[in-house]
Structures are given as structure tokens and as C-alpha cells.
Design a protein around this ligand. Sequence first.
Ligand code: NAD
Length: 260
Amino acid sequence: MKLEGKVALVTGAGSGIGKEIALCFSREGAKVGVADITADAAAETVKEINAQGGEAIDIIMDVSDESQVDAGVSRLVDRYKSVDILISNAGVQHIAPLNELLLKDWKRMMGIHLDGAFLTTRACLREMYKNNKGGSIIYMGSVHSKEASKLKAPYVTAKHGLIGLCKVVAKEGAEHGVRANVICPGYVRTPLVDKQIPEQAKKLGITEEEVVKKVMLVNTVDGEFTTAQDIANVALFFASFPDNSLTGQSLIASHGWFME
Ligand code: NAD
């Protein structure tokens, strides 16, 4: 097991990619803080982790709320005496062209993606810096951390921003043994993606099938979706990597949609 004795906080772990990472990390021996804004979803993930013999607690938090994040990380540390890995993953999508985009929706997106990443990072760093214990911070970026798509201005902006945050954490954290990296998935068939297929079809005036084939997967090498398990494998690679040689990086797993 690659994460024996480690404690991981996974945000957005009630669904999709975060849930898969929480289950995977538990199988690898980590104790998991299952953080989500949706209580039922977090409780269900904890139940599934317990059913596979793992240890986890649910932590209900809105990642954009300072006091909820600080309280949630304190609860995890009280329970398991550490936090060694942060997966900053909670996220939502908002589909609108720039000329129709409302400031309140822009701010909500920045709040969840960027305030959320900052607040969870700060709370975890304060623990990881104690006695220079160190740790691994992993941000859920996107191909949209590198590339743009129409109708997704706040998402693309925020996902690019995570790369900047990651690089600063890598520099400041190094002397304390803290590494930071970004995972950039292509399209993964989760509720986040399922919701936007009809929205994009309507806004672009094409069918849902065309959104999948001609928008989402058009530039992949094989027309395939990336899977949550693929992303969990990348997260495990970053989380179990032993030293600062791999820090400040972003890795794209997208069936070749975007190549650097
Ligand atoms: P999902 O909708 O399946 O899961 C997101 C989870 O985040 C949900 O459980 C939701 O309740 C939770 N959440 C939402 N807002 C929150 C908040 N303010 N505080 C705490 N929790 C909150 O989505 P997913 O596809 O698994 O996406 C997870 C991450 O992966 C997101 O950051 C997303 O941008 C990123 N991502 C997804 C894809 C994809 O194709 N699915 C591709 C690239 C990146």
C-alpha cells in the first residue's frame, strides 16, 4: 500500500473524481477526510470507504467559506492527528458567453475554485509546516488550465489560476517538505459533465451527441473519455511521490486532447 499511515483531505469527495480518489487513497492505506458541501453525498462516500475496510470521516464544508474550511481541517486533524495530503478538487461549471455572464456568477466561480483552493491550502499548510512534517498538495486543474473553450470564461480563468497558486506553494513549501502539483484532466463523464451537455447543446444550437463528438472529444487521439479511475491513478502517483524533485508541475491526462 502506497499511502499507509497518511491522512488525506479530499474536497468534493461526495461525487465524481473526488469520490474515486477518496476510495482509491483508502485502498492504499490512507485515512480520508471526505469533504463536500452536500452532506448526503459525503456520508455515502464514507459508507463505501468503510465497506471496503477503510477509515474516513465526512466533513461538511463549503470550500469558499473561511470558517467552515478552518473548522473542517481542525476536525480532521483532531481525529487523525495529521493532514499529509490535500486534494483540492471541489468544483462546478458555469456555461455562458462572456457578454451574458453575470458578475455574481463570475464571483461564485472564483469563490469555489480559487478561494476554495487558497483556503484549503492555507489550513493544510499550517499543519504540514508543524515540525516540517511536510506533505503533498494536489489541485484539480483541467485541460482548461492550459487551453480555452467558448462559454467557460470563469472556469478557464480559475483553472489557469490554480497553476500559479501551485507554483507559489511549491516554492514556499519546499523548505518544509511540502510539494504541490496540478492534475489536468480531459473530459470525465461525471455529473459535472452530464449537466453541461444539454446546456452546451442549447447555447451552441447543436445536438447533445454533437456536443460529445464535435466539442468534447473532437481533439482526443481516440474519441474516448478520460475516467475518474485514470485521474485517481495520477493523484496516487503525485501523492506517493517521495521528494521535491516533482513539484510545481501540471500533468495532463486527456487522451491527447491537449499536448504540451
Ligand atoms: P462532480 O460534480 O461529480 O463533483 C463535484 C463535487 O464537488 C460534488 O460532490 C459537489 O457537491 C462538490 N462541491 C461543489 N461545490 C462545492 C463547494 N463549494 N464546497 C465543497 N464541495 C463542493 O464533478 P467532477 O467532474 O468530479 O469534478 C471534480 C473536479 O474535477 C472539479 O474541480 C472539476 O472542475 C474538475 N474537472 C472535471 C472534469 C470532468 O470532465 N468531469 C475535467 C477536468 C477537471
